[in-house]
Write a new protein. Structure first.
Length: 115
């Protein structure tokens, strides 16, 4: 992966984290990794825990970023979320949600309950 693409991804994750904070969420984890995979952002607010997959693209020439979160990626994020919850020391949240943060040419859209 090129440095430009890596930076695009980092910038997108930062943009999504800032937006969640603006909405009153606390960023709990960034790029939480285990052998089975990674979750880009884990945020929480008022008993709601959100696992967010962030996809950034410089244009929609090859489709929207949200379309890249296919069935296989959704299964991976769910699997990693189960592992995160299994190790959680703060108890099980009252609600869990899976979001997608789609960024195209710097424009952010957060899709709540994406899968």
């Amino acid at each position: 992966m090129t440095q430009r693409r890596l930076q695009l991804g980092r910038d997108g994750e930062q943009q999504a984290a800032v937006e969640y904070q603006r909405r009153g969420y606390r960023v709990l984890e960034r790029n939480w990794r285990v052998r089975e995979g990674e979750v880009d952002l884990i945020v929480g607010r008022s008993g709601v825990l959100v696992f967010c997959e962030v996809k950034s693209r410089s244009s929609d020439r090859f489709g929207s970023p949200a379309e890249a979160v296919d069935w296989r990626k959704q299964q991976q994020v769910r699997s990693v979320a189960r592992l995160y919850l299994a190790g959680a020391t703060g108890g099980i949240p009252s609600s869990i949600r899976f979001d997608v943060a789609a960024i195209t040419a710097g424009r952010l859209t957060i899709i709540e309950n994406a899968f």
